[in-house]
Design a protein around this ligand. Structure first.
Ligand SMILES: NC(=O)c1ccc[n+]([C@@H]2O[C@H](COP(=O)([O-])OP(=O)(O)OC[C@H]3O[C@@H](n4cnc5c(N)ncnc54)[C@H](O)[C@@H]3O)[C@@H](O)[C@H]2O)c1
Length: 331
């Protein structure tokens, strides 16, 4: 058995550069090929990192040295590329969101299971040292039984503004899905049930188009979730809030925790955290390679993240129907 996984990347834009840095920072994985529909971009990335360049997905997937495929394309391309890669006998690490529909998530899981290959989703926040610490402390009962969590993620996300580093497709719901739910929500809905290690069973959500920026698509959502263990979580998100926030309160029977950015405070005292969110991508990619090489299931495997996607679907449906929705409707 080899001790190094050879991988290729499909989609060589912004996040692919972070994947490449993380591949280079791990010693159990190496980059051998890149593929993009943008010929000049893929050529330049391949040249810089000494990899083979492809503009055809079929030709890329025929490259027998490629054992694992990182899918780093716009959201509406994730499912088809991940399925094609699994059918070609490759392991897959697909960026968040897993896909834009639940049938697409099921196709991806089916193809990887049929091929006997790994399917992992880039839930990079599960690899942030602060979130790993929170999950561990909750599991160990550091603040007793958790009853209530509130998390906010507010920003002003306008990819069309001069100087924005993000491509414009993020604001096109046909390509990206709703920006709040699938862009940022794919991280945020995931982290809450993961920290608690308890699935969401019921969702009540309200969304608004608070501004004109997203041309009628909802730009803000607040969702109340009931977890299987009895805890209640509240997630409030907006992509049109000029004053940003990214924080969380966790209230337990014996104490409480507050996360602000990368700082964790428990009962008024800061908890030391080793490492930073900057280590998340390296840790994620190291786990992907180790799982492929050793035949282990990654934590953010397809079935685990499908639950997140079912919660997002329930949140969207709840806001549309203006009523609470059982997540089991989508599982
Ligand atoms: N984990 C994170 O925090 C994080 C951060 C940023 C982006 N992302 C995710 O990474 C993914 C890519 O985002 P990005 O910002 O790098 O986008 P990007 O537009 O910068 O890059 C996407 C690349 O995919 C290429 N592409 C488009 N369609 C293709 C196809 N069919 N086949 C091959 N290549 C194709 C484009 O030419 C482009 O080079 C998205 O899923 C996004 O949500 C995750």
């Amino acid at each position: 058995m080899s001790d190094t996984l050879s991988v290729g990347i499909v989609g060589t834009g912004g996040i692919a550069q972070s994947h490449i840095h993380a591949i280079e920072a791990n010693d159990n994985i190496r980059l051998v090929a890149v593929m993009d529909v943008d010929a000049s971009r893929v050529k330049s990335v391949a040249h810089k990192h000494d990899a083979r360049a492809y503009t055809s997905l079929d030709a890329f997937l025929e490259d027998s040295e490629v054992e694992g495929v990182h899918v780093c394309t716009p959201h509406n391309q994730h499912a088809d590329i991940a399925v094609a890669a699994a059918e070609a006998g490759k392991h897959v690490l697909v960026e968040k969101p897993m896909a834009l529909t639940l049938p697409d998530c099921d196709r991806m899981i089916g193809a990887s299971e049929q091929a006997g290959k790994i399917l992992m989703v880039g839930q990079v926040m599960r690899h942030y040292p602060i979130n790993l610490m929170v999950r561990q402390m909750i599991a160990e009962g550091a603040i007793g039984q958790v009853g209530h969590l509130t998390r906010r993620r507010y920003s002003y996300f306008n990819t069309l503004a001069p100087g924005s580093n993000y491509p414009g497709w993020y604001m096109d719901p046909r390509i990206a899905g709703n920006c709040v739910l699938y862009g940022f929500g794919s991280h945020e809905y995931d982290i809450l049930h993961w920290q608690l290690n308890s699935p969401v069973i019921r969702v009540y959500s309200q969304g608004t188009a608070s501004t004109e920026l997203y041309q009628g698509d909802k730009d803000s959502y607040t969702t109340v979730m009931n977890h299987a263990n009895g805890a209640v979580s509240v997630l409030s998100q907006s992509v049109v809030c000029h004053t940003g926030a990214h924080d969380q309160y966790i209230i337990g029977s014996k104490g409480s925790m507050v996360l602000t950015g990368q700082t964790l405070v428990m009962n008024g005292k800061e908890v030391p955290i080793e490492g930073s969110s900057g280590d998340g991508m390296k840790n994620q990619i190291g786990e992907f390679a180790a799982c492929c090489l050793e035949g282990k299931e990654p934590d953010a495997n397809g079935r685990s993240v499908r639950h997140t996607m079912a919660v997002i679907e329930a949140a969207k449906q709840s806001a549309e129907r203006n009523e609470p929705v059982q997540v089991s409707e989508f599982e």
